[in-house]
Design a binder for this molecule. Structure first.
Ligand code: BGC
Length: 460
């Protein structure tokens, strides 16, 4: 049910406390374009989009939103939106084209971006890896090679030394689970692998996170340090013991493969039984590095998982299906705001005193956004979606979960990975031909909500 019938004046749920942080998120590969400008090296996504028969259907991110050259306009949009924080990612291949050598021009771009945000009183939130691995690093072995994690920690230290005095929040990486699943198992994301033995990739990503956390701390960054992971309630599609059992098994991987290691310094027994190479490739002290103290956990939420046991003899013991009774976004994602509340409460209950404060670092939906004759985009479905998910966060707060903020995905329509330029998630419409930006109805709604929340939280 939507709670935002009045699209001009809905307020934030009362349970969002004063000081609750509002933001918007983006990522480098999805918006920057300029893939060969100023010495940027190729990333695995540049190569993936150019494969014969690529899933992106010929779309590349060569231009995307041209944010690399138009960033001032985008920072001004973020300021008009009134966000407290703006999350961007730093492109490793822009800063270190071969993964080893620093490109001063690449680093200088993020310097300008951070200063531009601060000039508008927006807290810069930098994520060091949002899936755009340098192609050269991939060719030297990618995440399955221990050396990649060590190089990533060096890169983290270099960015930290340059921006550490000004960035307010740091994430080592975005959604390692999705990068593993889609990039290395299903293969519809870069680098397009279909691995059966994915334990070394998980260990490499975990070690990279831990090493980068240590590098940020060693550099003395002023901002908070965290990790961003995606969660989803796993719902059995029937009450049969087989379906319930497979849902529990999948939940351990889907929601805790990375978080158990990062928050508790160990893998769950059932997970190790399934993938023994997870610990075979770990050296002494690795788990201690991986479980370094975090200041916050970023949580991205899109949809639940519907799952049932598969008939015997198939390649995997489960199959996915739609959860009955849920509508879908234009991207076909199931809409289930209560799944966000449920996931946040579950995180609190399961990880208890090991769980740092949470920021919801992505909620958002794809809509069929078109400009009307007057040049406006009336994306009511997105307003309802975001409003309902903010209310779900309010519900989790009521149940005692320490959620400090919420960032909407995304500030701009952008390059939506396997969907190319065809799937729009922005609060701002981008005409990819002219690069014209047009704030949608959801932009004005979110700006109003943030302004009202701030006024109501300010003592008279
Ligand atoms: C990713 C974003 C992506 C969004 C929508 C998230 O998993 O972090 O990069 O655009 O989902 O699919």
């Amino acid at each position: 049910m939507s709670h935002t019938d009045d699209h001009d004046g809905p307020t934030a749920p009362r349970t969002l406390p004063p000081g609750f942080t509002f933001g918007a998120s983006t990522s480098a590969f999805q918006i920057e374009g300029a893939t060969t400008l100023d010495g940027r090296g190729p990333s695995i996504w540049d190569a993936f989009c150019r494969r014969p028969g690529a899933v992106t259907g010929g779309d590349t991110a060569d231009r995307a939103c041209e944010h690399y050259v138009r960033y001032r306009e985008d920072v001004a949009l973020a300021a008009d939106l009134g966000v407290d924080t703006y999350r961007f990612s730093v492109s490793w291949p822009r800063v270190m084209p071969d993964g080893l050598t620093v490109n001063p021009k690449g680093l200088a771009f993020y310097d300008r971006l951070v200063d531009g945000l601060l000039a508008r009183e927006i807290t810069p939130f930098a994520c060091l890896f949002h899936w755009d691995l340098p192609q050269a690093v991939y060719e030297r072995g990618g995440w399955g090679d221990r050396d990649t994690a060590l190089r990533f920690a060096e890169y983290a230290g270099i960015v930290a030394d340059r921006l550490g005095d000004r960035v307010g929040m740091w994430a080592t990486m975005n959604e390692p689970w999705v990068h593993l699943l889609r990039g290395h198992i299903i293969g519809d994301h870069a680098p397009g692998e279909h691995l059966m033995d994915w334990g070394p990739i998980v260990h490499g990503l975990l070690l990279a996170h831990g090493g980068a956390t240590s590098a940020l701390r060693a550099s003395g960054v002023r901002g908070a340090v965290g990790l961003i992971e995606s969660v989803a309630p796993v719902r059995p599609l029937s009450e049969s013991p087989q379906d319930v059992g497979i849902a529990q098994m999948f939940d351990a991987i889907r929601n805790r493969l990375f978080l158990s290691a990062v928050l508790h310094g160990r893998h769950e027994d059932a997970v190790v039984r399934m993938m023994p190479s997870l610990i075979d490739c770990a050296q002494a002290q690795d788990m201690t590095t991986i479980a370094g103290e975090l200041d916050f956990l970023g949580i991205n939420y899109y949809q639940p998982v519907g799952i049932r046991a598969a008939a015997p003899g198939g390649p995997v013991p489960f199959e996915f299906g739609p959860v009955p009774g849920l509508g879908t976004t234009a991207a076909g994602f199931m809409i289930d705001p209560d799944g966000l509340r449920e996931s946040l409460v579950e995180l609190g209950a399961r990880h208890r005193d090991r769980l740092p404060p949470i920021y919801v670092t992505e909620i958002g939906c794809a809509c069929t956004d078109e400009l009307d004759e007057a040049g406006r985009c009336d994306d009511r479905a997105r307003i309802d979606y975001i409003g309902d998910h903010l209310r779900a966060i309010g519900g989790a707060l009521d149940e005692g979960v320490d959620v400090r903020g919420c960032l909407v995905w995304s500030l701009l329509d952008n390059f939506e990975w396997d969907q190319g330029l065809g799937s729009r998630y922005g609060l701002v419409h981008v005409d990819f031909r002219t690069q014209r930006r047009t704030p949608k109805a959801s932009f004005h709604w979110y700006a109003g909500l943030i302004a009202r929340h701030r006024r109501s939280a300010t003592p008279a």
